[in-house]
Design a protein around this ligand. Structure first.
Ligand SMILES: [Zn+2]
Ligand SMILES: [Zn+2]
Length: 159
């Protein structure tokens, strides 16, 4: 369901790309930050999200949710792979990493910023303006590096 929202928002924003080109977006958590495949470009950003623990149901918010995009254009077809970095519960000892739940507004901002990067990286356009800022959430728990995949991978903006 989350993917459907990302895809439809991306499709709307990607309308600003050269007409006739087709761009596809997919979730792919196996892409490596800082090591895009040859010919691919990377965009690393940070957004905000809510999480919930699948063991105890605890909910928390974070303003350090890392998102990595790898993009590539071949002829008239482009592909974007997205990895959303997970976090895990601070209460449960064996908590699994949970996917972030990013709200509509921030998905929209992510896609606007992504399309700017695509124009710059894949169509040699000048980068237009700065990144739009994300809507922040009220965070009540301390950021714990051992519970954040972004920290584990060394890309988290909390560091
Ligand atoms: Zn838990
Ligand atoms: Zn972190």
């Amino acid at each position: 369901m989350a993917l459907a929202r990302w895809k439809s928002t991306f499709k709307r924003e990607a309308d600003g790309l050269p007409c006739g080109d087709t761009w596809n977006l997919e979730f792919n958590s196996s892409i490596s930050p800082r090591r895009p495949q040859p010919g691919w470009k990377e965009y690393v950003t940070q957004t905000t999200a809510r999480f919930s623990c699948s063991l105890c149901g605890k909910r928390w918010s974070s303003n350090n949710v890392m998102v990595v995009f790898h993009m590539h254009r071949k002829g008239r077809t482009g592909t974007v792979k997205v990895s959303r970095f997970r976090q895990k519960c601070q209460k449960c000892r064996h908590a699994p990493m949970e996917d972030p739940s990013i709200n509509k507004t921030n998905i929209c901002i992510l896609m606007k910023n992504l399309v700017k990067k695509i124009k710059n990286n894949c169509y040699n356009a000048a980068l237009q303006g700065r990144e739009s800022p994300y809507n922040k959430l009220l965070v009540t728990s301390r950021h714990m590096p051992a519970h954040c995949e972004g920290c584990i991978e060394g890309i988290c903006t909390n560091n």
